[in-house]
Write a protein that binds this ligand. Structure first.
Ligand SMILES: NC(=O)c1ccc[n+]([C@@H]2O[C@H](COP(=O)([O-])OP(=O)(O)OC[C@H]3O[C@@H](n4cnc5c(N)ncnc54)[C@H](OP(=O)(O)O)[C@@H]3O)[C@@H](O)[C@H]2O)c1
Length: 354
């Protein structure tokens, strides 16, 4: 299984760290030998080696602030599009930052890789929110997969659950605390910390967006609402149509007042389908302490209202970048299970290093 990473930040690096050990073992159990053949970044250069890159060497190169170019073999590559055109890979893992207004350039990266006949796995919710229908159709036409489990609630199985676990039932609405950074900030404010200190903690954990205002202003949650609604209802909802209020105006006093009233302030994302229309919002709400959405720290929760199975939910305790990296692995395992007849299963006789 020849793997290329586009984006080598918090998520890409954690994936690469785990590939030689636990992730490699999980893939070998199902008959795949993983080989990391390419890494592309914005400021740390590009490295492609059809014979395999050593993840530890790549990590060492960027951790010291250096570039990957010294590890590159073959003709020079200087842009993400040239990188995708040159990839000796079976699957592209797209983990560049979120652009909540247009979902670019990630959507173009995904489209270009699919057109080349590569499977694509992403934790980037932009392409799912803005172009899921088009990208799934393209993938289906070309006999490859477009998987995005990490786009909502990191490694918690959301899209797999919707795809496989509610046969015959229809989801009519959902509500969730989908942005771990704002949950962490609000819960630290309950304990008397400043929002700024709590945000620094989220950044140190690697869970904040590259531009953390996308977390605080509710954009990240709005994009996730679109990713979910568009998947559930085959819709074309865009983040600008989600009624959105962030947490920037919330003070420690507000948070503590809510707590004294037996509630917790949380940034709640909601959507429902009513008379064929989707009504979606993101905003701070007082959530009763006993509600599953009232978790502390970076916990996240999502509840689905269904017509036949009542309200069911999933939660993630203390989300970190580990869970997002796991989402990538889980999508790769899914690919292997459902791609027996594609070239993903034929990558085995190659030299490997990871
Ligand atoms: N972190 C999380 O816990 C988490 C959770 C769920 C989903 N996600 C999603 O996963 C994705 C990656 O998150 P992250 O935290 O790893 O982000 P990050 O730390 O900001 O890393 C982004 C990486 O993408 C590279 N990059 C930026 N623009 C690029 C471009 N135009 N072409 C090629 N490479 C480019 C950056 O290059 P440089 O290294 O040179 O800057 C960096 O390596 C995001 O879409 C995010 O929303 C993250």
């Amino acid at each position: 299984l020849r793997i290329a990473l586009l984006g080598f930040g918090a998520v890409g690096r954690r994936f690469a760290e785990l590939l030689p050990g636990a992730y490699g073992r999980a893939l070998r159990v199902i008959g795949l030998r993983p080989l990391l053949t390419a890494i592309g970044t914005a400021r740390h250069g590009f490295a492609i080696d059809p014979a395999g890159l050593d993840p530890a060497e790549c990590l060492a190169a960027v951790v010291q602030g250096g570039a990957l170019d010294a590890l590159h073999r073959g003709p020079r590559v200087s842009s993400a599009s040239a990188f995708i055109r040159a990839l000796p890979a079976d699957v592209l893992i797209e983990v560049t930052p979120l652009d909540p207004r247009k979902g670019e350039p990630a959507t173009s990266h995904v489209r270009a890789a699919l057109r080349r006949g590569l499977h694509v796995v992403t934790a980037n919710k932009g392409p799912v929110a803005f172009a899921r229908r088009e990208l799934q159709a393209l993938a289906a036409r070309l006999g490859v997969h477009f998987r995005h489990e990490g786009a909502v609630m990191d490694g918690t199985p959301i899209f797999s659950l919707l795809e496989r676990c509610l046969p015959g039932a229809e989801v009519t609405a959902f509500r969730g605390t989908l942005n771990s950074t704002t949950s962490l900030v609000l819960s630290r404010m309950e304990a008397g910390e400043t929002a700024r200190a709590a945000l620094r903690e989220a950044q140190a954990l690697g869970i904040a967006e590259a531009d953390p205002s996308f977390d605080l202003d509710g954009w990240d949650a709005a994009v996730k609402v679109c990713a979910l609604a568009n998947t559930l209802w085959d819709a074309a909802l865009v983040p600008a149509k989600v009624r959105r209020t962030g947490i920037a105006g919330i003070s420690r006093l507000d948070v503590q007042r809510a707590l004294r009233a037996g509630t917790r302030l949380r940034l709640v994302a909601r959507a429902e389908r009513r008379a064929g229309r989707i009504i979606a919002s993101v905003g701070p709400e007082r959530v009763p302490l006993e509600d599953p959405l009232a978790g502390g720290g970076s916990h996240a929760a999502l509840a689905f209202a269904t017509d036949l199975a009542g309200e069911i939910g999933v939660f993630q305790l203390g989300g970190t970048v580990d869970q997002t990296a796991y989402a990538l692995l889980s999508d790769l395992v899914f690919l292997a299970a459902s791609s027996k007849s594609t070239r993903i299963g034929r990558a085995s006789g190659r030299r490997k290093r990871s």
